[in-house]
Design a protein. Structure first.
Lengths: 203, 65
């Protein structure tokens, strides 16, 4: 192998790129774990694992994507390993978690149709929003506004891409309860993003 | 057929990411969103949420890349 191709295949370990990636990894881990110290540990572990297995990187994917895959695996392992302790905690005290759906009843009129002022508006150019740091800050805030157990189920589903069946098993809840919690998370995130981002954008 | 409520429509639009909806559910949802701008927007917004979480998953959140 020539020197040039060997270099192209090795990950960019220079400080600047790691610092930026580390910052984003921390945000991801915090969103998932809701525990700054645990998030630090996870990211540290992922960075160390990445450095020791740098050979397997081999330039097959973008460096950042590869790092995030390692981080996701670490968090999934952590959740699977600690599932017993999660079930025993007061987070899942009963077999049914309160989704707090009633709080969203105010969005609808008696017949179940939208209140005129709560009817979802047209969002202009979400793709452009994705390119702005400020949008992700708002997304972070909206995720943090969700009650912890709601965010936990939602992030397990959407950030870790676990199947609903596994989430139910790990948390010891019924699949119907899981569906309701995910619905509640989407209702909450949507209304938060509309109020804090898209409404200001469009008007 | 009685038109389903927006409340039920939003629930089904979320559940279709989790399970295959029955033909009956798919049809009533289709009829509903064809006539209801709010719910048709809602469905698009859930897709935006999906795209956003996919970006977060890949570390593809704007800024430096």
């Amino acid at each position: 192998m020539s020197k040039a191709s060997a270099q192209a295949a090795s990950p960019p370990w220079d400080d600047a790129s790691i610092t930026a990636i580390r910052r984003d990894m921390l945000r991801f881990a915090r969103m998932q774990l809701r525990d700054a110290a645990a998030a630090e540990d996870m990211v540290q572990e992922a960075l160390m694992a990445a450095m020791t297995s740098a050979k397997s990187f081999a330039g097959r994917s973008a460096f950042k994507t590869w790092m995030f895959a390692i981080l996701r695996n670490k968090i999934v392992d952590h959740i699977r390993a600690s599932s017993r302790e999660i079930c025993g905690s007061d987070l899942v005290g009963s077999s049914e978690m309160d989704a707090g759906l009633e709080a969203f009843d105010v969005l609808f009129k008696r017949g179940g149709h939208w209140n005129p002022e709560d009817r979802p508006a047209t969002w202009s150019d979400p793709e452009a929003a994705f390119e702005q740091d400020a949008f992700w800050t708002v997304f972070d805030i909206c995720m943090n506004n969700l009650p912890e157990h709601i965010a936990r189920v939602y992030t397990m589903r959407e950030l870790l891409e676990l199947e609903t069946a596994e989430i139910c098993a790990v948390l010891g809840i019924t699949s119907n309860n899981c569906f309701v919690i995910l619905h509640r998370a989407r209702l909450g995130l949507r209304v938060c993003l509309e109020n804090r981002w898209f409404q200001g954008e469009a008007r | 057929m009685k038109m389903m409520s927006c409340k039920d429509a939003t629930r089904l639009m979320s559940e279709r990411y989790e399970r295959t909806l029955a033909l009956r559910e798919r049809l009533s949802l289709k009829v509903h969103t064809a006539m209801c701008k709010g719910c048709s927007n809602y469905g698009q917004h859930l897709d935006v949420l999906r795209q956003a979480t996919a970006r977060l998953r890949e570390g593809d959140t704007g800024g430096e890349r």
